[in-house]
Design a binder for this molecule. Structure first.
Ligand SMILES: Nc1ncnc2c1ncn2[C@@H]1O[C@H](COP(=O)(O)OP(=O)(O)OP(=O)(O)O)[C@@H](O)[C@H]1O
Length: 309
């Protein structure tokens, strides 16, 4: 049976003198899940995570983490959480080991050296444990952020844009690391605006935009929707309607009949394109240009919003 570790009920947030950053959000995440919150800049991802972590106070609603209400029982809730922020705010002249041990002590835990050693080894930081933070590469600093968040043995780990601005190699390393943490029993919630990141890491994905959680779905189901491509044919002569002979394909006319658009599943074995082109030749429909493109995140949001309107 799935066991909820995070429950968000009717949470909303309007900043003072600011916008309504979050509408009413309801969300449950189960123990052991990797959950991705996917959305563009300003969608409300950081606001939602900050409310869950007790950094921002919600205007309405309740949040429970590992059975503890985040406002009434703040300390216990916070102890269950490890938060990896977007940026490192720490003493640049401290060593890696001292920084991570300090984070553990902040939560009233003793300096359990075997645990800290394991965390640093898992993050390939053990060799650098005596290095000062200021002397680390950007990638190493990112790893320190994760080590700090894990230092007090949290049950649920939040990663806010874990791979924003990192190179491809480090991004892959971070993905591997997240999977390994989950194998060790952690629940992981991450925010991202990269579809590939949600695809690579998550079991479930929540799509958020304009402060609204538009949907929460199993990753595979969502990716089937995201796998759509579209092909635009610029016609030599405009069409007034789709000819009956083309009824087997999902086609539409755009630009007052000058563009014939075919939307297809890029992941399917048979995209239907070769047969469509043959049929167009048979129907004597000529085109002068052909362009295909993947649905962008923006298209998907527009589709999702449209479908829900
Ligand atoms: N402290 C604040 N005071 C006023 N408005 C804020 C504050 N923090 C965020 N906002 C606004 O709330 C909205 C949501 O911002 P939020 O940072 O939650 O989005 P996000 O999805 O995390 O974006 P990004 O991907 O850029 O980090 C934005 O319109 C933002 O300008």
């Amino acid at each position: 049976m799935p066991e909820p570790i995070l429950t968000v009920s009717g949470v909303s947030k309007t900043y003072r003198n600011g916008p309504t950053a979050l509408g009413t959000v309801d969300l449950t995440v189960n123990r052991g899940e990797i959950f991705a919150l996917l959305g563009p800049n300003g969608a409300g991802k950081t606001t939602l995570i900050s409310i869950i972590c007790g950094i921002v106070t919600a205007s309405a609603g309740t949040v429970t983490v590992a059975g503890h209400d985040v406002t009434r029982d703040y300390k216990a809730a916070r102890r269950a959480i490890g938060l990896v922020p977007q940026e490192l705010a720490t003493d640049q002249f401290e060593s890696v080991l001292a920084t991570v041990t300090f984070s553990r002590r902040l939560f009233g835990r003793s300096g359990h050296s075997a645990y800290i050693e394991q965390v640093l080894r898992d993050l390939s930081l053990w060799e650098k444990r005596h290095a000062k933070i200021k002397d680390l590469s950007g990638g190493m600093k990112r790893r320190v952020l994760i080590a700090k968040a894990l230092a007090h043995e949290p049950q649920i780990l939040f990663l806010d844009e874990p791979t924003a601005g990192v190179d491809v190699a480090l991004r892959r390393d971070m993905w591997k690391l997240v999977h390994r943490l989950r194998e060790q029993g952690a629940t992981i919630i991450l925010t991202t605006h990269y579809i590939e990141e949600a695809e690579e890491m998550a079991d479930r994905v929540g799509v958020i935009t304009g402060g609204k959680l538009l949907l929460v779905e199993e990753k595979n189901a969502l990716m089937a929707k995201l796998g759509k491509r579209q092909m635009d044919l610029t016609l030599v002569e405009p069409l007034a309607a789709i000819p009956a002979g083309l009824g087997d394909w999902s086609l539409s006319l755009e630009d007052e009949g000058h563009t014939l658009r075919y939307v297809f599943d890029a992941k399917a074995e048979d995209t239907g394109i070769p047969r469509l082109l043959e049929r167009l030749a048979q129907e004597q429909i000529a085109f002068r240009d052909l362009e295909t493109r993947k649905s962008s995140l923006e298209d998907i949001f527009v589709d999702l919003v449209g479908a829900r309107a």
